[in-house]
Design a protein around this ligand. Structure first.
Ligand SMILES: *Cc1c(COP(=O)(O)O)cnc(C)c1O
Length: 374
């Protein structure tokens, strides 16, 4: 038996007929950019998140970059302002900051959740701090109530990076509707994935929404009139149509992810493996986690990965190198974030695709339980 990490082929095959019908609708319409599919998807996804606005853009990185850029155009941020962000995140969260010539201030996570620690946010706030990027890493909502109260106290903007957390919620309030704005990715491997690149921003701020919409369309708010030196970052009709099909299935897929996560939490009983949730969690308590990834920690990661591979189980590492140790950010290479560095050395993501069978889930559990210290 081989167990792929994420079986996109089987996921798409389930919705094949609906996807083909949606693609045919777009082909036959003769209208491929900024049309009715995008409009419909934007209102459906805004309704899903509970926000006033959803603005489709080309990808998740653009969603984050354009939001910070819009705040600059609106005079709420300026070059050199400090933006607090997690040290352990996918590099896109940080690229959005540096692309705008803002200064990232990296903060270590809470080791239990891997999400940015509110106490450590408080410790780095200065007069120059103007915004926080809260990443909902691995699909688990960051501590948004606490982060928003810090932001209110200090007058900071909060941008959620919801690329991994479509549908995660706290007390019914969903990712995308917790901060002042939120960037989503619909990269194929995300919980809500297109069949290509796509992204969106959600917000309740009318002015921000208008500005992002203009920035992503050459800076134009009105045909042939340009307010800003914008970019071309649009979500096309074909991907919007694919996303409308996939959005209808999102909650059911998330439920299956949670079932698999709970099976792992209960079934994996190996004292050298740290789990992301405890075995007595209920699905209800898992409201805030949509398990984009199921990430275990193990000191002897490479050996564990090889052991699982021998059993036909594909695992991945999210992520092997933290942003501050990348070549791209050479100037930060001598900075030290010990917790982040330890996490990057020890994390291992188990397969968690919504189409996994119970037999496959049990095979992963058995392989984890048979791994022994080398
Ligand atoms: C995937 C991802 C992004 C970037 O999204 P793209 O659509 O690939 O540009 C940003 N932040 C996080 C946390 C992500 O996982």
């Amino acid at each position: 038996m081989t167990i792929p990490f994420l079986d996109l082929k089987t996921i798409s095959a389930q919705y094949r007929q609906d996807l083909i019908e949606a693609a045919t609708r777009v082909i036959d319409s003769g209208w491929y950019i900024q049309g009715t599919e995008l409009k419909a998807f934007e209102s459906e996804f805004a309704a899903y998140c509970g926000t006033q606005h959803c603005i489709g853009v080309a990808n998740g990185l653009d969603a984050l970059t354009l939001t910070l850029r819009a705040w600059k155009e609106l005079g709420k941020l300026k070059e050199g302002d400090e933006v607090i962000a997690p040290a352990n995140t996918y590099i896109a969260s940080i690229l959005a900051i540096t692309e705008n010539r803002l200064t990232p201030v990296l903060v270590e996570p809470d080791p239990a959740t891997y999400n940015i620690s509110p106490a450590k946010i408080r410790a780095v706030i200065t007069d120059k701090t103007k915004a926080i990027i809260a990443v909902h890493l691995y699909g688990q909502l960051a501590d948004m109530p606490e982060i928003m109260s810090i932001a209110d106290e200090h007058g900071l903007l909060v941008l959620e990076d919801s690329a991994q957390a479509h549908g995660a919620a706290i007390n019914g309030r969903k990712a995308g509707n917790c901060g002042h704005a939120s960037g989503f990715s619909f990269y194929p491997g995300k919980n809500l994935g297109a069949l290509g690149d796509a992204g969106a921003v959600t917000t309740n701020d009318d002015e921000l929404a208008q500005t992002i919409r203009a920035l992503g369309n050459y800076g134009s708010h009105k045909k042939y009139e340009n307010l800003y030196q914008g970019v071309n970052s649009r979500l096309d009709e074909m991907q919007a149509a694919m996303l409308r099909v996939k959005l209808k299935q999102l909650d059911a897929e998330t439920e299956r992810r949670k079932e698999i996560a709970l099976a792992y939490a209960k079934g994996i009983q190996n004292p050298i493996i740290s789990q992301p949730i405890s075995a007595d969690n209920t699905l209800l308590a898992l409201e805030k986690h949509v398990f984009h990834l199921y990430v275990i920690r193990i000191v002897e990661r490479e050996a564990a990965q090889a052991h699982l591979a021998k059993a036909g189980i594909q695992t991945l590492i999210h992520y092997p190198i933290p942003p501050h140790q990348q070549q791209a950010y050479k100037r930060w290479n001598d900075q030290s974030y010990p917790l982040t560095e330890a996490i990057h050395q020890q994390v291992l993501s188990l397969p968690i695709s919504p189409v996994m069978t119970d037999d496959q889930v049990n095979a992963v559990i058995a392989a984890c339980n048979s791994f022994k210290m080398q």
